[in-house]
Write a protein that binds this ligand. Structure first.
Ligand code: HEC
Ligand code: HEC
Ligand code: HEC
Ligand code: HEC
Ligand code: HEC
Ligand code: HEC
Ligand code: HEC
Ligand code: HEC
Ligand code: HEC
Ligand code: HEC
Length: 276
């Protein structure tokens, strides 16, 4: 019935992941095809296409539109706590990113190729990925969703609370960085608490930087001294975080490049001070 008056949409519908429902005998009528999203169409057809007699997304509030999709996708996206994500709370909803009838990517039904899609609102991030040291997102080697889940941060589990900034998880609830940088995962016999507890972001900026190795600071030792400065004792009674030992003369240029000697800065299996 719909095809008669909406030929373009109907003709391309077989490519849509939702087409499957039209041929699934186990589903009830209201769960199939066009009507699974637009609701019963009889009144609309009898009124020769009266827009008020069908669920027209162009007329829906952000919340109603979101609910219409979550009718079916709650379980899949619930893990991401979608109703509380930064996008949802800012009224950025499914149809801002997905296009049901004119998708630019047939898989995932995205309104634009992913990187363009994200930059259409986050244009400042493009500049970060154009800096001298960067992850190669603009070059097409990676995507935002390698690190973020645009639907929201994965829900907290017994091992970890939810991460901020809609960060995706790797296996085992780890930082998404571990998907690719597996050598930093450990476990190591001697862990560097900064890596294990504070996380990669305590020393690196993720998008792009002027500094080698995406470090937060241009000089390695200024980064180390942010913590190894004698201040604070991380909850311990007596000895605080290790000071830079007195054997290290910071006026001697030799000692300024800390990772020249502390080469296993992410953790070591053979030396407590990460020398090898
Ligand atoms: C998975 C949910 C879903 C299904 C299934 C679906 N639609 Fe849509 N439809 C939408 C959404 C959402 C919009 C709003 C525009 C957009 O986001 O792409 C829309 C927009 C429309 C529009 C108006 C906008 C336009 O692009 O012209 C028509 C007409 C329409 N749909 C008809 C149909 C027909 C006919 C079918 C079955 C072949 C169908 N829809 C199946 C969700 C759906
Ligand atoms: C007799 C022709 C006819 C049939 C059959 C028909 N439609 Fe429509 N439909 C129209 C017309 C005309 C409009 C545009 C109304 C307007 O813009 O005010 C429309 C609008 C719509 C819209 C609203 C689009 C928007 O602007 O958001 C949706 C959704 C829609 N139709 C879905 C369907 C579905 C689903 C079916 C099958 C169950 C269907 N139509 C069958 C003629 C028809
Ligand atoms: C009636 C249930 C239902 C509704 C309502 C529904 N979907 Fe789906 N959706 C599905 C099913 C089933 C699949 C196919 C899953 C699969 O292929 O295993 C799917 C797949 C998808 C996919 C993935 C396509 C792919 O290639 O992997 C996207 C994106 C999607 N839906 C978005 C939406 C959006 C946006 C809405 C609201 C406009 C919506 N869905 C409404 C049932 C629904
Ligand atoms: C900010 C943009 C954005 C919003 C808002 C958004 N999505 Fe997505 N969605 C994406 C991107 C990007 C992907 C592809 C992710 C990937 O490649 O891992 C995706 C993938 C999907 C998939 C494929 C399966 C999966 O989990 O990878 C489904 C289903 C889906 N979205 C449904 C929805 C529904 C339903 C809504 C609204 C409730 C929604 N999305 C809101 C951007 C968005
Ligand atoms: C329609 C516009 C729009 C699109 C498209 C969009 N975003 Fe957003 N994004 C927003 C808004 C609005 C916010 C919330 C306000 C803010 O923090 O700037 C936001 C926030 C974020 C945040 C910060 C979350 C936080 O808690 O601070 C991340 C990360 C993000 N978006 C990633 C993405 C990614 C990845 C994509 C592409 C898949 C994307 N966005 C697509 C509008 C958009
Ligand atoms: C290599 C992993 C990675 C990739 C790829 C990535 N991000 Fe991020 N992004 C992060 C991390 C980690 C943070 C959190 C930084 C923090 O908390 O200081 C973040 C933060 C953000 C924020 C919030 C920043 C702010 O200043 O509030 C936005 C928005 C964002 N990312 C958007 C994007 C977009 C858009 C893309 C793709 C073009 C993208 N990100 C790709 C890891 C990544
Ligand atoms: C999808 C895979 C992937 C993910 C996820 C990822 N990276 Fe990377 N990363 C790479 C690749 C590939 C390189 C090599 C540099 C290049 O692409 O030119 C790299 C390089 C780096 C570098 C070194 C840059 C240099 O100049 O040598 C650092 C530091 C880094 N990543 C940190 C991170 C952090 C922190 C995260 C998580 C927020 C992360 N990465 C997530 C793939 C990834
Ligand atoms: C205590 C600070 C610190 C933390 C936390 C940290 N890094 Fe590093 N990382 C460094 C320093 C310093 C270098 C540069 C080492 C050099 O120049 O020899 C580096 C270099 C890198 C490199 C490039 C060289 C290499 O060894 O492959 C990658 C990739 C990297 N880090 C990823 C990560 C990831 C992923 C995390 C989180 C699991 C992380 N880093 C946490 C300090 C840190
Ligand atoms: C975010 C804070 C932080 C940063 C930045 C940081 N560290 Fe650490 N580091 C710690 C903590 C916490 C410990 C474990 C507590 C302790 O035993 O002192 C530790 C332990 C160490 C140890 C082992 C001490 C021992 O017991 O033998 C060495 C060596 C070390 N750090 C070197 C460095 C170097 C070199 C840098 C710079 C590349 C650096 N750290 C950056 C927090 C940090
Ligand atoms: C020339 C090589 C070299 C350089 C450069 C160097 N260290 Fe060390 N560091 C050592 C050695 C050797 C030890 C002693 C290891 C041991 O005996 O267990 C050590 C021990 C440490 C310890 C552990 C102290 C303890 O009592 O166990 C910390 C913390 C530390 N260094 C931080 C730094 C920082 C921060 C920098 C950069 C400002 C730096 N180191 C630069 C060689 C170096």
């Amino acid at each position: 019935m719909c095809r008669g008056c909406h030929p373009d949409i109907s003709a391309s519908f077989f490519r849509n992941a939702h087409f499957k429902s039209t041929i699934d005998d186990k589903l009830k009528f209201e769960q199939k095809g066009c009507e699974s999203c637009h609701g019963p169409g009889k009144a609309h057809i009898e009124a020769k296409g009266d827009k008020t007699k069908i669920i027209a997304f162009s007329n829906l509030s952000a919340k109603k539109s979101l609910d219409a999709c979550l009718n079916c996708h709650t379980q899949q996206l619930g893990r991401a706590n979608i109703r509380r994500s930064s996008h949802t709370t800012a009224d950025v909803i499914c149809s801002n990113c997905h296009s049901m009838h004119k998708p630019a990517t047939p898989r995932q039904l995205l309104a634009k190729p992913q990187t363009d899609l994200c930059y259409s609102c986050h244009s400042n991030v493009r500049a970060q990925f154009s800096m001298p040291v960067k992850h190669r997102v603009n070059e097409g080697f990676m995507q935002c969703s390698d690190c973020h889940n645009p639907h929201g941060a994965d829900a907290p589990s017994n091992r970890m609370s939810a991460r901020p900034r809609m960060m995706a998880h790797a296996l085992q609830n780890e930082e998404s960085c571990m998907k690719c940088h597996v050598d930093k995962r450990g476990p190591f016999v001697f862990e560097h608490a900064a890596v294990r507890v504070d996380g990669c972001n305590s020393c690196h900026v993720p998008h792009g930087s002027m500094n080698a190795r995406l470090l937060k600071r241009p000089q390695v030792f200024t980064l180390c001294l942010e913590c190894h400065n004698g201040a604070g004792n991380f909850g311990r009674q007596s000895d605080g975080i290790q000071l830079t030992p007195s054997s290290h003369s910071l006026t001697d240029p030799k000692y300024q490049n800390c990772t020249l000697c502390h080469t296993r800065i992410h953790g070591s299996n053979s030396h407590a001070s990460f020398l090898r």
